[in-house]
Design a protein around this ligand. Structure first.
Ligand SMILES: [Mg+2]
Length: 423
């Protein structure tokens, strides 16, 4: 008999901000997107005040001041590291784990002697060791576990942080499912939910009881499988190894628009450095480097420059990739425009071991490979961009606007939290 848990950090980004700031317990918090543009996360207290996710920040700035809401720029270094720590603790509790997103993982609980006791224990353990509150949903399929997690967080009467479908008799479970909108089912996005509602299926129970053949004909095999999973038939297993990415994208808006070539070049170099790290992490090599730079599509001079630069042979070497990207940037750069965003994309990725040597160009220098490995190791240890190419460092001030970012407490020696013994 299969049994899955879906563990999810509650208001994850806001919770991360609190780990090193216990004075913020119980305070409303919102976290802003890159460039401080809109709200991407809110604590329960802020949600209770009516803050909507993904609303533009300027609309609510006044409201934040009036209610004393603490506003943070997003600190993905902190969130990423807290995620890594939380996942490591959870992995100790189950034989199998699929990290599904920055704050969610599936765990394989089949064969656990007392899954409910385990769920409470995991919750306690993450809270005690990491300081992040989590919710746990348990069910016979991944889809049921995911829906149980929603119940554990949001359905009145069941929102204590752990919910297990097996607590309910079949008719009680159906009654509860009839209260959950079909859009809350894993894999049913807003568009599909709207289509299902046109066909009279507006809650999870409706989907569970729908005719499988009809679901497959009218919609897809995937939806047929989702319905089977709602019936407790497990069709999806844990995907413990992340699939290698087909392409790697790195791009970002500028804090302030710029027409300066050196600033664009520094940004492109930075993006290549990040993308190169990811590429080497998945042991891939890229054959094509795409470069883009654009102005505001709503401004007077809408311009989107994009070009693809092929490499002589697939490479994972940041120096090679940067050289290609900067030559692409020179091609698309138009003087006098004010650029808002620049980015790179690495394409035609192949496993590094399988790359073919080009007969007409020199074999890659093995010392360069060691150099990349050393750079990655140093940057992992001492923080991103600790070691970088000069092209990235020439113009440091292109980076995004993040006026209110918290320190990287857990990843930077110079930003460690200080404990002070007041006399
Ligand atoms: Mg969450």
């Amino acid at each position: 008999m299969s049994l899955f848990a879906l563990v999810d950090g509650n208001n994850f980004y806001a919770s991360c901000e609190r780990v090193f700031r216990p004075d913020l317990a119980g305070q409303p918090i919102v976290v802003l997107s890159n460039n401080d543009g809109c709200v991407v996360a809110a604590s329960a207290e802020a949600k209770a005040l009516g803050f909507k996710m993904f609303g533009p920040f300027f609309e609510i700035a006044g409201l934040c001041r009036r209610h004393g809401v603490r506003v943070f720029s997003s600190n993905y270094t902190l969130y990423g590291d807290m995620s890594r720590r939380m996942m490591a603790v959870l992995a100790q509790h189950a034989p199998g784990q699929e990290v599904y997103s920055i704050d969610e993982c599936f765990l394989d609980l089949a064969g656990a002697p007392d899954a409910d006791a385990l769920a409470w224990r995991m919750r306690e353990d993450v809270w005690r060791r990491i300081g992040i509150p989590v919710s746990v949903g348990i069910g016979a399929s991944k889809t049921l576990a995911k829906l149980a997690n929603h119940v554990a967080k949001r359905v009145e009467g069941w929102d204590d942080g752990v919910f297990d479908w097996r607590w309910l008799a079949p008719d009680e479970a159906d009654a509860l499912m009839s209260r959950l909108p079909v859009g809350k089912v894993w894999g049913v996005g807003p568009r599909l939910a709207a289509k299902l509602m046109e066909n009279g299926i507006d809650n999870a129970l409706g989907l569970k009881l729908a005719d499988p053949g009809w679901l497959k004909r009218r919609f897809s095999v995937t939806l047929e499988r989702t319905a089977a999973e709602l019936n407790g038939i497990s069709c999806l297993s844990l995907e413990e190894t992340a699939q290698p990415r087909q392409q790697i994208i790195a791009s970002r808006s500028f804090g302030e628009k710029t027409s300066d070539f050196p600033v664009l070049a520094a940004a492109i170099s930075h993006h290549i450095a990040r993308a190169g790290e990811k590429l080497r992490e998945q042991r891939g090599a890229a054959r094509l480097v795409g470069v883009s730079a654009r102005t505001s599509p709503f401004g007077d001079d809408p311009y989107h420059g994009y070009t693809v630069v092929p490499l002589a042979q697939p490479s994972d070497d940041t120096i090679e990739l940067t050289r290609a990207a900067l030559s692409g940037l020179r091609d698309i750069y138009r003087r006098g425009l004010r650029y808002q965003k620049a980015g790179v994309v690495l394409m035609e990725l192949s496993p590094r071991s399988r790359t073919q040597a080009d007969l007409f160009s020199a074999a890659p220098d093995p010392r360069r490979e060691r150099l990349m490995r050393a750079m990655d190791a140093i940057n992992r240890e001492y923080g991103h961009s600790c070691v970088k190419l000069a092209s990235e460092a020439l113009t440091p001030n292109w980076d995004m606007r993040q006026d209110q970012r918290s320190p990287c407490y857990s990843t930077r020696f110079d930003q460690l939290p200080l404990a002070r013994a007041d006399s």
